[in-house]
Design a protein. Structure first.
Lengths: 320, 281
């Protein structure tokens, strides 16, 4: 019954998101498409930072690399679009494998330190090598579809988001998901139980990074002009903000966080930097006092409503 | 240049050694340091008393850092927080973003140029910018002060003890919570002093701490976490590698040589040059 309800809710949400673009203006379709991009990024980072407990601070950089590699392959080599996207994905996979081998052999904190430096180095490299990459002026990335209408892109990114959600859900429900959780809870114990921690940590680093690469490549072909801004630390921080506010270690949390906060941020456009100041303050407060974010809030609210229901009061107590 | 990176990475490593927390907001304390210096030098003090401004910046950030520590880092050790590593990382990253964007809100995204301390001078046949020379000497003075504090005073010995064994030192009657606060303050003050000293060289803007904090993190990874002497060696090595790369390959890719050095060191010695393999309790 519980799972049936869950699937019913999920398919209802999918139906709504399929029909929604016919009722809103192009501008909001655009906003939602960008929100889907962030949702995929946040969901990927949640797999690594939330479930596995390894902090990567170059998640947005992999999207940047994917976008640039794809655009450069198409523009400079004249290859078709799908080759570009494929090459962007492969490059991010190779780079994340290399980084993983270098820094995942030791404790988690090294990954954060090195990916942070890596992010800045890549961004600087793209800015400095301007003859090749266009530098700060950006690079014109060919559009994916002929029409300027955002509708096909909306469905594309919706599809990507659904695929990413399914992929992560499958991984987390499989044996690998338990390996990853075991690594976060106690790495030594996991190794003692026969889990090849280094291999699965590298896997947990490569999967979201490759996902970020694909998404970044598609995103580049969507916005049409890519620049190093995509890899700035603020972008990375936004992903962490989405995950923490949405709810770490929940599968719906990052998606919910990304979409709702992107939506909110569009309303508060003229506040510019103040938005980020407020959001980071909220993140600090959530981490300090209310670990769990929006999902935990919803769960508690749900529990509260159920408790008022005198009949199921006992059952909801039993669940806790 | 190596000596200048040193202050920053020493601050990061010092805080890590005591509290086992990487403070990701180091670059932002650096930035606050240079803003404080800019404000003091342009309005009440004037260029003549720049050294007063440097000290004032360091002291102001010391108190700010101690305040932030009490507010956010201390709960980790009083039992309020379950996930220490995760909490420390996310909270300090959020602090970094908070401070950086607050700086944009207050001061705007403009670049401020503090007045020069000293004109260009010559050391032997080498021309060198007076500001860099002054910053270098200031860094050396601060480093020796820090060394004196750690090695010779009672407080420094207590801090060493906290870094070695948090529980053991409590049995000798040291209030570690107080020393955590002190250490966080000192670490951030080192970053702020670096920011204040380098303000005329790298100028003052909301993300001006970025370059030196990237260097700072690279250095502590090369050196190995928690090693103070390693920081000195690694920062000199990084400075040399960058200068050599700039001369022999191309000066525009200067930021990348350090990272290449880091990758090479890490693939040979995963715990850094001077880092010890950590015992997992």
């Amino acid at each position: 019954m519980q799972t049936f309800k869950k699937y019913a809710v999920l398919s209802l949400l999918l139906l709504i998101s399929l029909l929604l673009p016919h009722f809103i203006t192009d501008y909001w379709i655009y906003v939602l498409t960008v929100a889907f991009y962030y949702a995929i990024m946040a969901a990927g980072w949640n797999l690594l930072g939330g479930y596995t407990g390894q902090f990567s601070l170059c998640h947005s950089t992999f999207a940047l690399i994917g976008a640039y590699a794809s655009a450069l392959t198409i523009v400079k080599l004249g290859l078709p679009l799908w080759v570009g996207i494929l090459s962007g994905t492969l490059l991010t996979l190779v780079l994340s494998l290399g980084l993983g081998i270098v820094c995942l052999r030791v404790r988690g904190i090294y990954l954060a330190l090195i990916t942070w430096a890596f992010a800045e180095v890549i961004r600087t490299f793209i800015r400095v090598a301007y003859e090749f990459t266009g530098g700060d002026r950006g690079l014109n990335s060919p559009y994916l579809f002929r029409s300027v209408k955002p509708l096909p892109y909306y469905y594309l990114f919706l599809g990507l988001t659904v695929l990413a959600i399914i992929l992560i859900a499958v991984v987390m429900r499989s044996r690998i998901g338990f390996y990853l959780r075991a690594i976060r809870n106690d790495e030594v114990a996991a190794r003692a139980m026969g889990v090849n921690t280094v291999r699965w940590k590298i896997f947990a680093f490569m999967l979201p990074s490759g996902l970020a690469g694909v998404t970044g490549a598609f995103y580049g072909h969507y916005i049409g002009l890519i620049s190093p801004v995509l890899g700035e630390f603020n972008e990375m921080a936004m992903i962490i903000i989405f995950v923490v506010i949405g709810g770490m270690r929940t599968q719906a949390g990052p998606i919910l966080g990304a979409i709702s906060i992107r939506y909110l941020m569009e309303f508060l456009r003229e506040w510019a930097e103040i938005r980020i100041v407020i959001l980071s303050a909220i993140v600090i407060l959530i981490m300090r006092f209310f670990n769990g974010g929006l999902m935990e809030f919803l769960r508690r609210a749900g529990g509260w409503v159920r408790k008022k229901d005198a009949v199921s009061a006992y059952a909801s107590m039993g669940e806790k | 240049m190596g000596v200048l990176y040193c202050l920053m990475s020493l601050g990061i490593n010092f805080i890590y050694g005591i509290m086992k927390v990487i403070n990701w907001a180091m670059g932002e304390y650096y930035m606050i340091g240079s803003y404080v210096l800019y404000l003091l030098v342009t309005f009440p003090l004037g260029v003549k008393y720049w050294y007063v401004a440097v000290l004032a910046a360091a002291i102001a950030v010391f108190f700010l850092g101690a305040f932030v520590q009490v507010l956010l880092i201390k709960p980790m050790f009083t039992g309020a927080i379950g996930e220490r590593g995760e909490y420390g990382t996310i909270v300090t990253i959020a602090t970094a973003i908070f401070i950086r964007n607050l700086a944009v809100v207050i001061g705007g995204p403009y670049i401020y140029t503090p007045p020069d301390y000293a004109g260009p001078t010559n050391i032997g046949p080498l021309p060198i910018s007076g500001n860099t020379l002054v910053a270098l000497m200031g860094a050396l003075i601060l480093l020796s002060l820090f060394y004196y504090l750690i090695k010779r005073t009672w407080v420094g010995r207590a801090l060493q003890g906290v870094a070695q064994n948090r529980i053991g030192i409590q049995t000798s009657g040291v209030n570690i919570l107080k020393f955590d606060m002190l250490a966080f303050g000192i670490g951030t003050a080192l970053a702020a002093a670096a920011g204040a000293l380098l303000a005329p060289v790298y100028l003052v803007y909301p993300t001006c701490g970025l370059v030196s904090s990237v260097r700072g993190f690279e250095i502590i990874v090369i050196a190995g976490l928690g090693s103070i002497w390693g920081v000195l060696v690694a920062s000199l090595a990084l400075g040399v590698v960058e200068s050599l790369g700039a001369v022999f390959i191309s000066p525009s890719f200067m930021d990348i040589y350090g990272f290449v050095l880091l990758v090479i060191v890490l693939s040979l010695k995963p715990y850094g040059l001077f880092g010890k393999e950590e015992r997992i309790a």
